[in-house]
Design a protein around this ligand. Sequence first.
Ligand SMILES: NC(=O)c1ccc[n+]([C@@H]2O[C@H](COP(=O)([O-])OP(=O)(O)OC[C@H]3O[C@@H](n4cnc5c(N)ncnc54)[C@H](OP(=O)(O)O)[C@@H]3O)[C@@H](O)[C@H]2O)c1
Length: 253
Amino acid sequence: MRRILLSGCNGRMGRVVSQLCEDNREVCVAAGLDIKTTKHFSYPVYADPMEYGGRADVALDFSLPSSLTPLLTYCKNRSMPLVIATTGYDEAQLAAVREASGSIPIFQSGNMSLGINLLMDLIRRACAVLGEGFDVEIVERHHNQKVDAPSGTALMLYNAAAGALPYQPAPVYDRHEIHAKRDRHEIGLHAVRGGTVVGEHEVIFAGHHEVITLSHSAGSREVFAAGALRAARFMAGVSRPGRYDMNDLLNRG
Ligand SMILES: NC(=O)c1ccc[n+]([C@@H]2O[C@H](COP(=O)([O-])OP(=O)(O)OC[C@H]3O[C@@H](n4cnc5c(N)ncnc54)[C@H](OP(=O)(O)O)[C@@H]3O)[C@@H](O)[C@H]2O)c1
């Protein structure tokens, strides 16, 4: 049984992960971390990771970017693998993750669902086939409680497209101040926020008299929680420092 230290345990995702672990024989939550230490499950909850002196095989983070520094320090001190699902980091925080991956194994993915990772493959194929002749736009929809925009997943999809197009695109987040025609080499990223939408992503390839749309819709947070638990189980057995992502999980022998 793998023991997880769950950061953000009282949040929407943290509670879904905890619920899935209740019925799981391979993983359990050893302890939770959250800014509010209310207990919703049987494991203890701490505000500061340093307060937890017990054993864990891997840390899993579904919190906010502000929790990153103490979590990295804790994992580095204990040589503990870390799975980061949180999104919305700034450049300095992403640099801190890269630096920490020199001493511990770190798995990071802005979207833990298998479907989104397949979508990235399809996007690469579409970009390679459609090339210059199609304008690419990305639209994402999320619930009205989401803080960061565009979503971490939209940025992953953008990067998948950027790596496969025959030109270097530029992201455009906001057109309301731009009084100019669309540049051929830009990719617009659009964030819709409302209600309880779990997560929807659309990549639109608009050409001359034809439009191709690739899309993914998550019907429940369980999709992400289940993928994150797979990642946590995988990383609990990894000791080599470095950066890992869904490809390492999907392509392992
Ligand atoms: N990779 C993926 O597949 C995936 C899927 C879904 C969501 N996400 C990301 O996962 C993160 C969490 O999403 P969510 O919907 O669960 O958000 P949420 O409901 O806001 O949960 C975040 C939890 O972390 C707590 N928290 C805030 N600051 C903290 C700190 N410094 N230390 C410890 N805990 C802290 C929050 O407490 P308060 O409520 O008191 O602030 C809350 O309980 C977001 O970044 C989201 O974008 C990733």
